[in-house]
Design a protein around this ligand. Structure first.
Ligand code: ZN
Length: 401
C-alpha cells in the first residue's frame, strides 16, 4: 500500500470514528417516536405578549446579522493586509505573532462596540437590562481582557508547537485545547461571584428530593445575586466535585411559582444526570480537531503557524469557523435542552408548571415563542418556547395513554 492510499484509509477510519462518536453523543432519553402536537401560539401567549416579544427579538436578530458581517469583513481586511505590520516589529517570532493577535483583537473590539451599545440601548428600553452604559463598558473591558489573555495564550501554544512540528502542529495543538476546555468546564462554576446557599426551607427540601431522584444528591444548588438584568435564568456547571446548579435571584423574586421553580431545578439537575457537560467537552473535541486542521491548512499560504505573519489569517479562519459551527452547536444544544425538559417533566410530573414557566419566559426575557427558522438555526440553543410548551403537552398525553 502506497503512502497516499494509507492516508486515504486513515482518513476514512477517522471519519467513521467521528460519525460513531457523534451518533452516540446525540442519543437522548426522549422516546424516539415522540410527536410534538402542533400548537397555535395564540392559545398560549397573549397578542400583546407576542407583539412585544417579536418586536424585541427582531431588532436583536438584525443587530446580530450586521455585527457578524462587520466582524467578518474587518477580519477579512486584516487577514489581507495585517501581515504588513510584521516588518515593523522586533519582538521575535512568537512575540510578533502575539502583537498581531492583539491588534486583530483591538479591531474586533472596535467593530463590535457600536452593535453592543445598540443592543444595550434596546435591552434597557425594553427593561431586559438595567446596567448603565459606563458599567457595561467596564464589564465589556474585563471580558475583553480575559478573552485577550486566552487568545495570546492560544497563539503562544500554537506558534510554540508549530515551531517544533511545523504544519502538523494541530495533531498536538487540538488535544492541548481540549484539555484546556476540560479545565475550563471544571472550574467555571467556581468563578461565579455573588452566590449564596438556598434559603427558603421548602425550596431546599424540593431540591433535595429532585436531586435524589435523579441520582445527583451531592450537587449543591446556589443562588446568584444579579442586579443588572430582569430576565430569569439558571444554569448547571462544573464536572465531578465542582458540579453546581446556580439559580439567578430573579427566578426566586416571586415572579415564578413554586412548581415552576421546581421544573427549573429539575431541568438543571438533568443536565448533570445526563452528563451534558461531559458531552459538551466531547463535542468540543470533535469540532476542535478538524477546526485546527483547517487553520493549519489555510495558513500554509502565509508560511504556516510557525510564522507570525500567518496570525491575521488564522484569526479570520478561527472566527469564521466559529460562526459556521454555530448552527451545529445550536442543534446539539437544542437536543440536550429538550432532554433536560423531558427529564424535568418525568421527575416533577408537573406539565402545568412547565407550561406556565415557558409562558412566563416570554414576559421576563421577551423571548419570541416562534422565531423564524433561520434564527432558530443560527441563534437558538434552546427549543422555541412553543416547542417547549408542546413537549409538556406531549408528556401529558403520554401519561394519559
Ligand atoms: Zn438547560
Amino acid at each position: 500500500m502506497g503512502r497516499r492510499s494509507a492516508a486515504v484509509v486513515l482518513g476514512a477510519i477517522l471519519c467513521a470514528a467521528w460519525a460513531v462518536a457523534a451518533y452516540l453523543l446525540l442519543r437522548t432519553q426522549i422516546p424516539s417516536g415522540l410527536e410534538l402536537p402542533a400548537l397555535d401560539e395564540s392559545d398560549f401567549f397573549s397578542a400583546a405578549q407576542l407583539e412585544e416579544a417579536e418586536r424585541y427579538d427582531r431588532f436583536s436578530r438584525i443587530n446580530w446579522i450586521f455585527s457578524t458581517l462587520a466582524l467578518l469583513v474587518s477580519l477579512g481586511a486584516y487577514a489581507r493586509w495585517g501581515h504588513r505590520f510584521t516588518r515593523e516589529s522586533a519582538a521575535g517570532r512568537i512575540g510578533t505573532g502575539m502583537l498581531l493577535a492583539m491588534l486583530g483583537f483591538a479591531i474586533v473590539w472596535l467593530v463590535q462596540l457600536p452593535f453592543g451599545v445598540a443592543q444595550l440601548w434596546w435591552d434597557r428600553r425594553h427593561d431586559v437590562a438595567q446596567i448603565d452604559y459606563v458599567s457595561w463598558i467596564i464589564v465589556d473591558w474585563i471580558q475583553l481582557g480575559t478573552e485577550f489573555v486566552f487568545v495570546s495564550f492560544a497563539i503562544l501554544i500554537v506558534m510554540g508547537i508549530a515551531g517544533w512540528l511545523g504544519d502538523r502542529w494541530w495533531l498536538l495543538g487540538a488535544p492541548v485545547f481540549v484539555l484546556l476546555a476540560l479545565l475550563f468546564a471544571f472550574s467555571v462554576a467556581y468563578v461565579v461571584i455573588d452566590t449564596h446557599q438556598l434559603e427558603d426551607p421548602r425550596l431546599v427540601a424540593d431540591a433535595e428530593g429532585l436531586s435524589e431522584e435523579l441520582g445527583v444528591s451531592e450537587i449543591p444548588v446556589l443562588v446568584q445575586e444579579v442586579d443588572q438584568s430582569n430576565s430569569a435564568n439558571a444554569f448547571a456547571g462544573g464536572l465531578g466535585p465542582s458540579r453546581r446548579v446556580i439559580l439567578w435571584n430573579t427566578l426566586l423574586d416571586g415572579s415564578f411559582g413554586e412548581g415552576e421553580v421546581r421544573v427549573v431545578v429539575a431541568h438543571e439537575f438533568a443536565h448533570h444526570s445526563r452528563n451534558h457537560i461531559w458531552k459538551g467537552v466531547a463535542w468540543y473535541a470533535l469540532l476542535a480537531l478538524p477546526g485546527a486542521y483547517l487553520i493549519a491548512r489555510i495558513t500554509r499560504r502565509r508560511g504556516g503557524m510557525a510564522e507570525s505573519k500567518a496570525v491575521p489569517v488564522a484569526l479570520l479562519v478561527f472566527v469564521a469557523l466559529n460562526v459556521l459551527a454555530q448552527p451545529i452547536e445550536n442543534l446539539i444544544s437544542r437536543r440536550y435542552e429538550a432532554e433536560a425538559d423531558w427529564v424535568a417533566l418525568q421527575t416533577t410530573g408537573e406539565p402545568d408548571a412547565a407550561r406556565t414557566l415557558f409562558q412566563n419566559f416570554a414576559d421576563t426575557g421577551l423571548q419570541d415563542p416562534t422565531p423564524p427558522g433561520w434564527a432558530v438555526v443560527w441563534l437558538d440553543g434552546h427549543p422555541t418556547l412553543l416547542k417547549r410548551v408542546a413537549m409538556a403537552e406531549a408528556w401529558r398525553a403520554q401519561q394519559a395513554r
